[in-house]
Write a protein that binds this ligand. Structure first.
Ligand SMILES: NC(=O)c1ccc[n+]([C@@H]2O[C@H](COP(=O)([O-])OP(=O)(O)OC[C@H]3O[C@@H](n4cnc5c(N)ncnc54)[C@H](O)[C@@H]3O)[C@@H](O)[C@H]2O)c1
Ligand SMILES: C[C@@H](O)[C@H](N)C(=O)O
Length: 343
């Protein structure tokens, strides 16, 4: 089968590997669509993310969907021809965090496209059937692949305990921020203010249903939040940019007794946050890491049309042009690139 492997920063090699056989409990999936995530682009450009270093050729891609080609021993509920999306992290199932149900925090998780674990830019992937989810007829593999970033957004929305009518500031209008906007609205948020520093992203967010937008490079975020909430602060801030200035400003933007959820990962080692304000305003200040128990709900939201993921896609290109697709995905106004695998 054809794969595309990152061999050094900026270099993809097209290779031929043996098609895997599905092991016991696994499904073999013929890949159809794989989205390009910011972390894929980061590995492509730098060959590493923090301590995760690409030392051997690595297949990237973890936002995937395709068609079941074969099932391994003991697999029930799937048959060849079923369309599925794959949850990219398979936890150990035995550690304290897995036993507590917080399997997204498993330290021994096998996560696609995170060295040394391969991802999905390949014709076939054999994957644990417990982490495969059937797509209903009205959900395409193109949308199904985006259950992954939608899952990041659903998990953050749950961490934020969004309530009916809440005002929410989403800072960062990349794919994660865009889908957080969708997820908090599906959870009942009453109004969503979206901040970014790129005007084209804000235009996209406005077209996507943001109540208001603010360019944090040109206007004071505090003033915009004051205007948005008549001075009270938003009920919830979801930080989805990873920018130091944005992270620092979260505690000012939120109301007393409100909630801040940080998704964004920063390149900085240290970012100033007014901890006295967290105490004085009695804030819930939380992190949100990947996702757990989100895929069934992500598929259901898509099936019911309660969220729209396809609108974040800017372009679709074939795996045979993966280098060109990654170069395009690097452009600042691009939100999401989608790759087609096979014919
Ligand atoms: N916690 C998790 O599980 C998880 C999962 C996926 C991504 N992430 C992280 O979440 C963040 C968002 O992911 P993404 O793929 O959407 O990234 P992205 O880089 O595509 O989007 C970030 C957006 O933030 C904007 N931005 C930059 N500075 C800003 C500022 N000062 N104020 C407001 N917006 C600003 C950028 O213009 C961009 O549109 C990244 O840091 C990523 O590493 C975390
Ligand atoms: C969750 C996933 O989208 C993210 N890029 C990660 O590797 O953690």
């Amino acid at each position: 089968m054809q794969t595309v492997e990152l061999t050094e920063p900026g270099v993809f090699e097209h290779r031929e590997r043996d098609r895997p056989d599905p092991g016991p409990g696994e499904v073999l999936v013929r890949m159809a669509h794989v989205g390009i995530c910011g972390s894929d682009v980061h590995y492509y450009e730098h060959g590493r993310i923090g301590d995760y270093v690409v030392e051997d050729p690595l297949i990237l891609g973890h936002e995937s969907a395709g068609e079941v080609a074969a099932v391994g021993d003991g697999v029930t509920g799937f048959e060849p021809g079923d369309e599925v999306t794959l949850e990219p992290g398979v936890p150990c199932g035995e550690c304290a965090r897995c036993r507590a149900g917080e399997y997204n925090l498993c330290p021994d998780v096998e996560f696609m496209a995170t060295p040394p674990d391969h991802g999905a830019f390949a014709e076939y992937v054999a994957w644990d059937a417990d982490f495969a989810y059937e797509l209903p007829e009205n959900v395409s593999t193109r949308a199904g692949a985006l259950c992954e970033p939608l899952s990041v957004a659903i998990h953050a929305t749950r961490r934020a305990d969004v309530e009916l009518g809440d005002s929410v500031l989403v800072s960062g209008a990349g794919p994660i921020g865009m889908l957080v906007g969708e997820a908090v609205r599906a959870a009942g948020a009453g109004s969503v203010l979206v901040a970014d520093v790129v005007e084209a992203k804000l235009d996209r967010a406005a077209a996507y249903g943001a109540t208001e937008t603010v360019n944090a490079a040109e206007e004071s975020l505090t003033d915009a939040v004051d205007e948005f909430t008549d001075g009270g602060g938003v009920d919830v801030v979801v930080e989805a940019s990873g920018a130091a200035a944005s992270i620092s400003s979260t505690v000012d933007a939120v109301r007393r007794g409100g909630t801040v959820v940080c998704i964004g990962l920063s390149a900085e080692d240290e970012i100033p946050v007014e901890t006295n304000e967290i105490v004085d305003k009695e804030l819930d200040f939380k992190g949100s890491f990947r996702f757990r128990n989100t895929y069934d709900d992500a598929v259901s939201l898509l099936e019911r049309g309660a969220v729209d993921v396809e609108r974040i896609i800017d372009f679709e290109m074939p795996m045979s042009d993966l280098t060109a697709a990654f170069e395009r995905a690097k452009e600042p106004d691009v939100v999401k690139g989608m790759v087609t695998i096979g014919e």
